[in-house]
Design a protein around this ligand. Structure first.
Ligand code: HEM
Length: 500
């Protein structure tokens, strides 16, 4: 009896090892010769249980980010379609514009992974927009896009909210103008206020705002630390609930969930009325009985998606733009001169962007040079398909190397130089933004792009109009970003000198 159990156990383990270490036929980047993959063409070796995790981890430490690690591994194996196994998950990272556009546009790549880790991100259930697919995604993306459209470019209600935020940022700078300022917190607070106004219809009091931002920062740090472990071996939460970061994330989730729930309650008991997202969703809940997806848990998840996807991304762009002003004083003068000439002292609005072409070129270059989402996705393959001639099995996770396109010398002259002029023709008109994907493309393109662009433009123009920005305490901000799930500036300070 014992002998049988041992044999079954050993065979199961052996079966598991063979299964986890053999690559599916024609899986990238290997060329299957019927028997074995050769080293040069097969990509990293897959080890039992861990797959190629160790290779990726080592490359991440060496290169400073997972995006750079994938990029370097793709070069090492001379491929634009890098195939890996992380834990038990098949992962493919695509590079090159043709492949990237294929993933962005083809229906087979429209899915999102469905792992324990993703559910943990979505308050425990697979809901919201960002991490769902199928009918719930289509219906709720459409609903959210419709409401985001109503607050996008030039829509006066949200534009005046952004102008109010600009006034607050300027007031903060004015109050602190004798010292060097790190602009991170004030920008994060402003963006969060705008997103909260859109979702919950009110401004948040300063202390509460700081608490929420702190909560989100802690949560994203906890996810970065726990990400690798919990994603690849979710069972470790039972063995090491504290050490794995699981308990911390769970508690942070509860606190964030409570904040959103409180806002929903205020709408239900009539304390807040208006046309904000929660209000519209609750209305839809009453009217739309057909799909079954309009319920409170889904509402909370969409609110969380909007706050997570829209907050740090948008404020990081403005922070990088300030960093670029400091690092490139001559270009700063060009931006200032254009603003002075075109709008003078008027409060900026989105319509001005048509005439402030150099300023827009500057902001586009910021978003190329510091691609906020250098590795877009993750996507889940809905049906087995091919990229180049490689087979990508159903349920493979696909990541999209957008950052590499933004630095490809085929498309960009001297890609490692900060040159806003690259977005202008010889007459100073903006040229088309081919090869430029800061908000992705296709059916999963960022639905918040118009809100983000309006915020970035209005706040940036408003600051340059009033202040010359220079090094804080004579220290030039470091050029290199910190790249996690998104890119952010290394901590820096700047002095804001009032223009007379
Ligand atoms: C500069 C700021 C921003 C950048 C760079 C950015 C970038 C992106 C990118 C690249 C994607 C596509 C991911 C993919 O292809 O799989 C995306 C998706 C998304 N973004 Fe943004 N985003 C920004 C601001 C915002 C804002 C302000 C909001 C909300 C108001 C928002 C909400 C979302 C949502 C909900 C998705 C998921 C869409 C889906 O899966 O269908 N983003 N974003």
């Amino acid at each position: 009896m014992i002998a049988t159990i041992v044999v079954v156990f050993v065979l199961t383990i052996l079966g598991y090892i063979i299964n986890t270490t053999s690559k599916p036929k024609n899986f990238p980047p290997g060329t299957w010769n019927g028997h074995i993959y050769t080293y040069k063409t097969s990509g990293p070796i897959w080890y039992p249980f861990f797959g190629s995790s160790a290779v990726v981890q080592k490359a991440t430490i060496q290169n400073g980010s997972q995006w750079k690690a994938f990029s370097q591994l793709a070069k090492k194996y001379s491929t634009q379609v890098l195939g890996l196994k992380l834990g038990s998950e098949l992962v493919v990272v695509v590079f090159g514009e043709k492949n990237v556009r294929q993933i962005f546009t083809e229906k087979e790549f429209e899915g999102r992974p469905n792992s324990f880790f993703i559910r943990l991100r979505c308050l425990g259930r697979r809901l919201g927009i960002t991490f769902v697919d199928g009918p719930i995604w289509r219906e709720h993306r459409q609903f959210t896009v419709k409401h985001l459209k109503n607050v996008g470019f030039g829509k006066t209600a949200m534009e005046s909210e952004i102008q109010n935020e600009l006034a607050n940022v300027l007031q903060y700078i004015d109050k602190n103008k004798s010292t060097a300022i790190n602009p991170k917190l004030i920008l994060a607070m402003s963006v969060m206020n705008i997103l909260w106004k859109f979702t919950a219809g009110e401004r948040i009091k300063e202390e509460r705002l700081k608490y929420i931002i702190d909560l989100f920062a802690k949560r994203s740090k906890a996810f970065s630390i726990a990400g690798g472990w919990l994603n690849q071996w979710p069972l470790i939460r039972f063995i090491m609930p504290d050490l794995s970061g699981y308990n911390l994330i769970k508690n942070l989730n509860i606190q964030i969930s409570d904040i959103i729930e409180e806002a929903v309650l205020k709408h239900k008991n009539g304390t807040i009325e208006g046309s904000d997202f929660i209000y519209k969703f609750l209305e839809e809940m009453k009217e739309n009985k057909s799909s079954g997806y309009f319920h409170e848990a889904q509402l909370k998840s969409i609110c969380l998606d909007i706050l997570i996807a829209g907050s740090q991304t948008t404020s990081n762009v403005v922070e990088f733009a300030i960093l670029c002003l400091v690092r490139h004083p001559a270009l700063q003068e060009k931006v200032f001169e254009e603003i002075q000439r075109v709008i003078g002292e008027n409060t900026p609005n989105w319509t001005d962007s048509n005439r402030l072409t150099y300023t827009i070129a500057f902001l586009q270059e910021v978003q190329r040079f510091y691609t906020i989402v250098p590795l877009a996705g993750p996507r889940r393959v809905l049906e087995e398909t091919t990229v180049e001639d490689y087979v990508i099995p159903k349920n493979t996770t696909v990541l999209i190397g957008v950052g590499d396109i933004h630095f490809d010398p085929q498309f960009w002259d001297e890609p490692n130089k900060f040159k806003p002029e690259r977005f202008l023709d010889s007459n100073g008109n903006l040229v088309s933004t081919e090869h430029f994907y800061p908000f992705g493309m296709g059916r999963r393109r960022c639905p918040g792009d118009s809100l983000a662009k309006s915020f970035i433009f209005i706040v940036f123009v408003g600051i340059v109009q009033k202040y010359r920005v220079q090094c804080g305490n004579g220290v030039l901000p470091p050029e290199k970003p910190v790249i996690g799930l998104i890119s952010g500036a290394q901590p820096f300070t700047a002095e804001f000198i009032q223009r007379s």
